[in-house]
Design a protein around this ligand. Sequence first.
Ligand SMILES: Cc1ncc(COP(=O)(O)O)c(C=O)c1O
Length: 404
Amino acid sequence: VSQILTREYLESLDAQDQLAPFRDAFQLPGSGQYFNGNSLGPRPKSTREAMKQVMEAHWGCHGGASWYGQDWMQRPARVGGKIAHLIGAAADEIIIADSTSINLAKMVMTALDIQAGRHVIVTEEGNFPTDLYILKDIAARVSGVEIRIVATEDLADALDDGCALLALTHVNYKTSRQHDMAALTKKAHEVGALALWDLSHSAGAVHVDLNASQADFAVGCTYKFLNGGPGAPAYLFVAKRHQNGAPALPGWMGHAAPFDFSPNFIPAEGMTRHLTGTPPILALAALECGVDLMVEAGVGAVVEKSARLGDVTIELVEQKLSDTDIEVLSPRHTAQRGAQICLKTVQASALVGRLENRGLIVDFRPPNIIRLGLAALYVRYQDIWDVVDALGEEYKALRRVEQA
Ligand SMILES: Cc1ncc(COP(=O)(O)O)c(C=O)c1O
């Protein structure tokens, strides 16, 4: 983008946008200009029928017989297989279970098992808090395990032949900076470490190819860009070469024959062994609707539009807000950032409230960051014009209040 942007020009981009029809598949909160899908994606309209079917036609009419009769047992793998398609994994390398926090703990323990004799986990400052809490907790509980938390620019140097695991979030929640997954995974492998990626801000947002990157493990949220619903269950990925390992937290649902009720754990084949407890079937029904929309739209088109929405946002902020202290915190290059643009301003908290009063939903991360989630399935180019315009107006209004 290099010309001076106008609202008319952005409307023309919307008119040509092949993804434009998907906007109507969502119930959009507020005025319909929703920039918070990087936190909680909006509700696909199809979730109502899908959940109703499980409640009435399955649970209501067949009760527990639905576990096999209505294929409930297959759902974690079925929905996982669809997500695999979005992030460069084979269908049988992903399963849906638990939360990202729990899955992260499970994958770290699985990796440490494989890496017997190595004790160091490397991660970075500024990783998402739950990742840091879980990694630190494992280091504190498991004898000999040590965590090395370093600045982003020191990651490669922190890897040495004592390292068991590199555990990183691919796209940072606060800055939107995106790591080069293939390059860092390669560096980890060169010293004999494995690589675990948290894809919470990546799936359905940026290009991810787990297998081309040789990633070993991955986890991620489904309630953000995959629009799975509040508390939607997370996914976990184990590369095929590691799938014969013993699962961490072996529960009855990971057993080869759960309904034999054997006192001894025998792992199921493949990813099923990484299930721990009973799958959340209602939540899975909602999640599948969000994932189906992403599959139907085509993740390539989604990634491309997300990047362009980001470019337009940066361009507009620079064009229209240069007389404010509002500053773009996210990287300029599309391959180095996620599908959100983070803005820094001392007025962040007040501005987010003022925008919300105008029906524009953006989000705030303390102390001074505004996040604009740019989900390609329902955010329009013209919406970016409106939110940047509103930011400028409200910034000036705040300044007038301060000066009065
Ligand atoms: C990068 C990242 N990892 C993990 C989580 C938390 O996931 P969960 O609530 O499923 O444990 C989040 C939530 O926003 C996140 O942004």
